[in-house]
Design a protein around this ligand. Sequence first.
Ligand SMILES: *Cc1c(COP(=O)(O)O)cnc(C)c1O
Length: 455
Amino acid sequence: MSEIPYKIYLEEQEMPTAWYNVRADMKNKPAPLINPGTLQPMGFEELRGVFCDELVKQELDDTTPYFEIPQEIRNFYKMYRPSPLVRAYCLEQALGTPAKIYYKFEGNNTSGSHKLNSAIAQAYYAKAQGLKGVTTETGAGQWGTALSMACAYLGLDCKVYMVKVSYEQKPFRREVMRTYGASVTPSPSDTTNIGRKILEDFPGTTGSLGCAISEAVEAATSTEGYRYVLGSVLSQVLLHQSVIGLESKIAMDKYGIKPDMIIGCAGGGSNLGGLISPFMGEKLRGEADYQIIAVEPASCPSLTRGVFAYDFCDTGNVCPMAKMYTLGSRFIPSPNHAGGLRYHGMSGVVSQLYHDGYLEARAVEQTAVFEAATQFARIEGILPAPESSHAIRVAIDEALKCKETGEEKTILFGLTGTGYFDMVAYEKYNNGTMSDYIPTDEDLQKSFAQIPKTE
Ligand SMILES: *Cc1c(COP(=O)(O)O)cnc(C)c1O
């Protein structure tokens, strides 16, 4: 067999033309979204007040395996995709491992992460429906940036509610969004009822994703011609992100490579869900087996320590409720947590697959994550996002295990983005002032107590 190149690219004509919907192959489907008031499953008519029509259809569809990618989205993808699949020869050598390590690098676009894959799809369907604009929240800022880029390209208005602590810590992220024409409001803000209520109840709060979501939904549903879009968690987002896994699979198949292990970081579950989708499909259909590992921060451990229950997706309880692994919608990671992946819940698809034993989860501490990030940057050259570095940590750990056992495992991990805007976090690590805060069982019990009883 020919030598595997450092980077495996695809020709334009080899790129995927349809997204893959892993739900079609799941025996146990993710539970439906329910209305927080009536606790009844939400159908098309109810959801279309919040989300764009085509996206609601995708959200509700548990059976169609493939959705054709509209030509205009494929054209946009061609500007920054295919993303490279890199054989980490240098890292393998530095670790002295017999393992073969590959990573799929999604940071090769201005927004710096995989989020653009879904942003362009969501903006496209909003535009196709004749809407004026979209609202959203952003935490660290990657999603807001990606959506601003997509909206600028299609000529849509974009209103972003940005978690206040990030708004203050990441002024450059904010300016990138504004450069692409988005308006950016720190959340909680006094521009919505929910924001005002949260400011009253928790004066001085630095905000949370759950709270920013509530504000963005309120802004969308109270403004004519607007809908709300979300960068993770929802099944439609996993569907769009399947492009990551599909490209990886096509590239690996070209060289006859079969991964033994697939590793992804998990915040809301979209990059992980997208990366694993086609491989998981094979696993669900009994055609192949893979070890799949979701990696989350020890300070926000929704899979490893959360409960599987219907919960609110947002702090203000205005969104549909989802059945997922959750820490409780009022859970806010400790302020010294700088590593991203701060969301309290997890995609319903990833949650159900985890619940059914198709993937495992690990929680890692942020100092260990930044240690891996730094090692990776110095060896492979790319400055990784803190989120992505969770996957790097476990990939390195697994490669080192192979060194002990002599196993030549093939490891694929998702390198979701770059960390240029995360230098405050890197600064803490470099100064030795980064600490790990792992919530106690008591902290979590308090937060679980807020989860509503629905069953
Ligand atoms: C948003 C983000 C994540 C986490 O989100 P998921 O929905 O879990 O994929 C991971 N890495 C980067 C770089 C991100 O921007």
